[in-house]
Write a protein that binds this ligand. Structure first.
Ligand SMILES: *Cc1c(COP(=O)(O)O)cnc(C)c1O
Length: 360
């Protein structure tokens, strides 16, 4: 069977080369006589895998030495609780910018633990832009400022970080992880659920500045205590071994394909093809203000719900799958992560042009 072009927001496409390598190594990982799925997480084999994954992550993201790289579970959503438990430990205040559903969920969860303020929001226009903030919007004694870097559902992205000064900035980068270079030193913590751009579901990678560790509240569940996870080198309990292995293969693929600079160039080229089409179409249009458009998630609509449904159905039949927009916004959304080849976006744009011609 031919593989489809999968535009899902997550879990999403993985590089074909990664799947082939995983298939070839399925029954016998490098002469071990076992699949990685079957191995002890304390074995030399797995130790090499997780160490190599961390080393590649550090190399690709140029992570400074004073940051820990953790491989965690519970999804990005578990970090919504872990972040206040670990870091809301000075004034007990934290400032959040609400740019969509994921930031809002993180904000709501943090409210259980302290004095949480929404300093800006783009809810007034269905999160179709990134709200501007000024230094004085943030509380002087906030323990941290929280943002969601790329808004998977609404298709906006921060092109410039908010002016938080020397306050601790924490970012959910789940849907733009490893899609372009990122200056980690600007953050106290960045984290991502792997299933958007890096690996199958089940893994969260957290990159945390060391000096922030060690002040978690006493009630923090042990599995959510970043210091304990860091001291145990992510092996406090059984980690998601196979997902970490696929993550390692994806990182190898990224490195072999030129690293994050090359990935950025590729992603810009793919996104431009689609946005240019949307800007010139009479039937389809993007829903986000041009200056805040994501390279990863591209929502678009026609002005007719029936036409949207017809488009999604016919696209699926043509092997362009998972283009239906998020249930909260409707319309369409094309997620074009690292693993989506340029040809996939070309096929999509050709299909949209044909559809427009046939239906107008
Ligand atoms: C998907 C997503 C989440 C939720 O991830 P889970 O791993 O399912 O908890 C959080 N934040 C962003 C930006 C996402 O795209």
């Amino acid at each position: 069977m031919a593989r489809v072009y999968n535009f899902s927001a997550g879990p999403s496409m993985l590089p074909e080369q990664v799947l082939k390598t995983a298939a070839a190594e399925m029954l016998d990982y490098k002469g071990s006589g076992q699949s990685v799925m079957e191995m002890s997480h304390r074995s030399k084999w797995f130790d090499d895998i997780i160490k190599e994954a961390e080393a590649l992550m550090r190399e690709l993201y140029k992570i400074p030495d004073n940051y820990k790289v953790l491989f965690l579970q519970g999804g990005a959503s578990a970090q919504f609780s872990a972040i206040p438990l670990n870091f809301m430990n000075g004034s007990g205040k934290a400032d959040y910018i609400i740019t969509g559903q994921w930031a809002k969920k993180a904000f709501q969860e943090a409210q259980k633990y302290g004095d949480v303020k929404a300093v800006a929001s783009s809810a007034d226009k269905t999160f179709s832009y990134i709200p501007k903030t000024k230094a004085e919007d943030f509380r002087e004694d906030a323990d941290y400022v929280y943002i969601c870097m790329n808004n998977t559902i609404y298709g906006t992205v921060y092109k410039e970080l908010p002016p938080v000064g020397d306050k601790v900035l924490i970012a959910d980068v789940s849907s733009c992880a490893l899609s372009e270079p990122l200056d980690i030193s600007k953050f106290g913590m960045v984290y991502f659920g792997a299933q958007k751009n890096v690996a199958p579901a089940g893994l969260v990678v957290a990159i945390i500045r060391e000096d922030l560790l060690g002040n978690a509240r006493d009630i923090t569940p042990v599995m959510m205590n970043y210091k304990i996870q860091a001291d145990a080198e992510s092996l406090y309990n059984t980690p998601p071994c196979y997902t970490i292995y696929i993550c390692k293969l994806v990182l190898e693929w990224l490195k072999a394909n030129g690293g994050l600079d090359a990935m950025k160039e590729r992603n810009e080229k793919k996104a431009k093809l689609l946005y240019d089409f949307l800007d010139n179409s009479k039937m389809f249009r993007g829903t986000v203000v041009p200056e805040d458009r994501s390279l990863m998630n591209v929502p678009f609509v026609t002005d007719d719900d029936e036409l949207n449904a017809k488009f999604v159905k016919e696209a699926t039949e043509a092997g362009l799958v998972n283009l239906k927009g998020h249930r909260t916004v409707g319309g369409m959304r094309a997620s074009i992560y690292n693993a989506m080849p340029y040809e996939g976006v070309e096929k999509l744009v050709e299909f949209m042009a044909e559809f427009e011609k046939a239906n107008s």
